[in-house]
Design a protein around this ligand. Structure first.
Ligand code: ZN
Length: 70
């Protein structure tokens, strides 16, 4: 009989940062995979917030200039 009813341990209740629901062990620190995905997408959106510049910087040479070289 070592069951102590009055536990002095103060369990810190952490809720899902996305929807504030109780956490699910399998999806910590979130309550569900959906919230984990939401957080991930948020993170990715923030991470890739840099506007994508087109790598194709090759400027097509106007015809005629090369002919002038000769
Ligand atoms: Zn959640």
């Amino acid at each position: 009989m070592q069951i102590s009813k009055n536990k002095s341990k103060k369990a810190k209740i952490i809720s899902c940062p996305i929807c504030q629901k109780p956490l699910e062990q399998a999806f910590r620190p979130f309550c569900s995979k959906r919230c984990a995905d939401i957080d991930l997408s948020r993170w990715l959106n923030g991470h890739y917030a840099i506007p994508v510049t087109e790598e194709d910087g090759s400027i097509p040479r106007p015809f005629g200039n090369e002919n002038l070289e000769e």
